[in-house]
Design a protein around this ligand. Sequence first.
Ligand SMILES: [Zn+2]
Length: 426
Amino acid sequence: MSQLLIKNGRVIDPASGTDMLADVLTQDGVIAAAGANLEAAGAEVLDATGLIVAPGFIDMHVHLREPGFEHAETIETGARAAAAGGFTSICCMPNTLPVNDNATVTSYIIERARKLAITNVFPIGAITKNSAGEELSAIGSMKAAGVVAISDDGRPVMSARVMRRAMEFARSFNLPVIDHCEDLNLSAGGDMHEGYESVRLGLRGIPASSEDVMVARDILLAQVTGARFHVAHISTRNSIAMVAYAKQRGLPVTCEVTPHHFALTDAQMLPYDSNFKMKPPLRTAGDIAALLDGIVAGAVDVIATDHAPHPGSEKMQEFEKCPFGIIGFETALGLSLEHLVHTGKIPLTRLIAILTTGPAGVLHLNRGTLAVGAPADITIFSTDMQWTYDVNQSLSKSRNSPFDGHTFRGGPVATIVNGAIVWRRE
Ligand SMILES: [Zn+2]
């Protein structure tokens, strides 16, 4: 029998509305008790005085690069970096080589994760074969093998006819459809947000409308098919407004924001620095205000990182040639505290909810709560510890972050997965 007793923390569990000074006891990988002055002879004890004890964070949008791109990240290193960010569960996008578009690849990822990952790993299957946007992938057999959603993230489905059929299938298998909403006809060749800053820097722009038209299309398709539709990394004011409208209409539409999209504007980019190059691109202050309002008002369900490792060799080319994306696990909590909680926009409970019950609800995962009997996935963090991010110390294999050298107030202290401490701040 293995027991872990977490003493004297501020226990916040949005699922049950709990916010109290208490102890938490885990036993054999599940939550055994939460309350004052718990005792357990022989248990490993972790002192959480002055710290927050929350359900383990779930990151529903990550790229682990395995199989196929192990020079950028592996399931093992990605999970380690995730744990250092306070994440106990991560959901990996299918754009590997081969693409996760069939049960064999799904099973391979799950098997590798079981052997090597210190966090839980839930694969997301491709919508179409090879994410080519034409023929539907083996959705039913991938679901049986363990995928928790389908998405062609990064290579969005351009054909409305194909997306409609995918949603019909997804509905019958009770899987959410996650779309990276980008009309490639509008965004083709763009490197950053289209606007004043792109003109100033002489770079080709990606218009906000390239996202907006696809969000509109998919909301309408979700309405006719009844499928659950989730907008990945939402970034524009119009997209947020449309998701809020869909929710008002009672449609099963949800969305996520990434920390970098609410932390940085296009005007804050260091010119031609590829660590500021991502899709969707960094938007304007007006868009950020709309994202923050959406987080406050409930239009936003989830914070996800879109952790997208790329090795230095790829990110150090000319700006136009560099791939899109940045790593995100280790800075996610610090950025969220800085921009959402320390600014007084949302209470800590709401931040924890969009990192736990939010994604668990979208994906129907039996996680994200400290209820007795739930898997003992727990994130312990500080809201005021000062620390500086040194990207060269990252547990990820890649170093592409615009937040190197940034000093944070608050961050993860210990990460517990299935009752075992898998990461601790030194
Ligand atoms: Zn994406």
